[in-house]
Design a protein around this ligand. Structure first.
Ligand code: ADP
Length: 216
């Protein structure tokens, strides 16, 4: 299903989000106060506009409430980030996702009703640290309370074995998917035989996942 998104602030963070949403097949409006930035993305996004996000009138005229989500990716300019979020929330835009650069910034955004507050460098730092410590973990999503969804590679020991033979413990770990190149299998896996370098998507607590990765 095609969604409509807007990204305000086309620095490196905002433009990456805007281009990835476009690549995923959605309509994206890119907004920036800087004409040169807007020019760079004019033929990469569905729509681009030179405008000041802090201006209530601009937000109202753009009918931002019609968008599925609006991302505020204004980096260092705290005042502009806060005022843009305020303008969007005052216009009753339902989903407003905002990049924060500090804890006080986070607190203000939270008070203004930002739906998701992102700390890109902090989040990426944690992700990199986790994958340095657990190199077998290709990617993960933290679900909170120690629960994670992780993607790991099958190593030699499990190659040739059936997916159903994996030592998942008594219901502690769940195998959600097996991925091989562009092919994806979902549970039940029946007699699917694993190959080296298949990717497993597992869900469980950190301890159970660590136990499993040691068993691999
Ligand atoms: P990053 O760290 O992601 O590269 P930057 O701070 O470099 O972030 O980029 C933020 C972008 O937000 C810049 O392109 C800047 O022109 C834009 N910007 C700043 N203030 C406003 C505003 N009031 N309205 C719209 N865009 C803005």
């Amino acid at each position: 299903m095609k969604h409509q998104y807007a990204v305000i602030g086309l620095g490196s963070f905002g433009s990456t989000i805007a281009q990835e949403l476009t690549r995923l097949g959605h309509d994206v409006m890119g907004v920036d106060i800087d004409g040169e930035r807007v020019e760079c993305y004019a033929d990469k996004l569905s729509q681009t506009l030179i405008a000041d996000g802090t201006n209530d009138k601009v937000i109202a005229e753009l009918e931002m409430t019609a968008f599925d989500a609006v991302v505020v990716a204004i980096g260092e300019n705290l005042e502009a980030s806060i005022l843009t979020t305020l303008a969007l929330k005052s216009a009753e835009v339902e989903q407003v996702w905002v990049k924060a650069i500090s804890e006080p910034h986070h607190r203000i955004l939270s008070r203004l009703g930002a739906n998701r507050i992102i700390h890109p460098e902090h989040e990426m730092g944690i992700r990199v640290a986790q994958t340095i410590v657990h190199p077998e973990m290709l990617d993960y999503i933290s679900l909170g309370n120690d629960w994670l969804v992780v993607e790991v590679k099958v190593d030699k020991r499990f190659a040739g074995k059936a997916a159903s033979e994996l030592p998942l413990g008594d219901d502690e770990l769940r195998l959600a998917l097996v991925k091989r190149g562009t092919q994806v299998w979902q549970s039940p896996f029946e007699d699917l035989l694993l190959q080296e370098r298949d990717q497993l998507v597992l869900m469980g607590t950190l301890n159970d996942l660590l136990r499993f990765s040691k068993a691999q």
